[in-house]
Each structure stands twice: as C-alpha cells, then as structure tokens.
Design a protein around this ligand. Structure first.
Ligand SMILES: [Zn+2]
Length: 194
C-alpha cells in the first residue's frame, strides 16, 4: 500500500509539534479560525490518544480547527467505539494516517501497574485495568523500578494499540504509527515498530 500521502501528513504533524515545542504556534484557534473552518472539514489524520487533561492533540501538533480528528480513551484502549471512529474516519473522510499517542505519567497505566502489584483492583476501574493488565504485568516482569516500569508499560501499550489496529482489514491502507508525548518538553517522539 502506498503511504506517500500519509507520510507527508505525518511529517506535517511533526513540523507542527516542532512549532509547539519552540513556542511559535501558527494557529490561534480563536473564534475567527472556528468560523473560517465551520463550512467544511478536511482532516488529514486521526490522533488516538489518552483522555489525560494535559495531552491536547491540537496544541501538541499545532493544528487548526478542521485539520485533526481526535479519538480519546483512557490509556488509548482500542475498544469498539474507538476503533469504529477510526474506521469511520478512514472510510468516510479519507483519512490515511492514525497516530497512536501515549504519554508519560499516564494515570490509566499507573492504575494498571498498581493493580498488578497488589494483584487486585477497584471494581470501578476494573474494565480499564483489565485492558491494561497485559502491558502492566509485562513491564513489571522486566523492571521493578517504578518510573521505568511506568514508561515501559506505556510504550508497550502504544505498540499493542498500533498492532491491534494494524491487524484490522477495515483499516487497510491506513498508515498507523505509535508515538510518545513528553509532558515536560512538549516533544512527540515516534516509537519504532517491532
Ligand atoms: Zn494517560
């Protein structure tokens, strides 16, 4: 499958992230911009990220209204409605790129790590913890150091989400890449696939 368009879109997003990091965003995203974009949208990509209040995809990639679709679930768990939204974006809006964006100090990942350590969990967060149990337990098997385990589990979950989406025939032709957002620097770094 030719990912030429998707690769160009990804390069554009990373350029936008560079502007964000440099403190020189191109877009104000004010009411004038909102009105300008109101008649129609032509988004080139979907960012599938966590619900975390510190991870604002439009800011992180310096995108204007109408340029970016955003799907969010805690820990970017790819459950049915989230995947259906990605399928819809690909089929109906011609989006050719999905960026799965994890982030440091993820509360969802931390909840799963704590649950694995205690071998029990709060039933209210049970669904999410179940979904994140595998990367959390794998990370803890590799390292007991808390920060390292959290970072490892988050990266495993990014790769797992990318692999899950890659397997789906409904997303054939869509370039799916994993990336990590650094809360302190604002930098987005691609996660190498393997
Ligand atoms: Zn998170």
């Amino acid at each position: 499958m030719d990912h030429h368009q998707a690769a160009a879109t990804l390069a554009g997003l990373l350029e936008g992230n560079g502007r964000f990091v440099a403190g020189a965003p191109r877009y104000r995203r004010d009411i004038v911009a909102a009105r300008g974009a109101a008649p129609e949208q032509m988004p080139g990509a979907v960012v599938f990220t966590c619900i975390d209040s510190r991870v604002t995809a439009e800011s992180v990639f310096d995108c204007d209204f109408g340029q970016l679709l955003v799907v969010r679930t805690a820990g970017h768990v790819p459950d049915r409605a989230a995947v259906g939204s990605l399928e819809f974006a690909a089929a109906e809006m011609g989006v050719s790129l999905v960026v799965v964006l994890g982030h440091e100090r993820c509360g969802a990942v931390d909840a799963a790590l704590n649950a694995v350590r205690a071998d029990t969990h709060d039933p209210r967060s049970g669904y999410l913890v179940e979904q994140l149990w595998q990367p959390a337990s794998q990370a803890l098997a590799e390292t007991a150091e808390p920060d390292a385990a959290a970072s490892r589990a988050m990266r495993l979950q990014v790769r797992r989400t990318v692999a899950d989406l890659d397997r789906r025939a409904s997303l054939d032709g869509v370039l799916i890449v994993g990336a990590v957002y650094d809360l302190d620097t604002g930098q987005v770094t691609l996660v190498d696939e393997h």
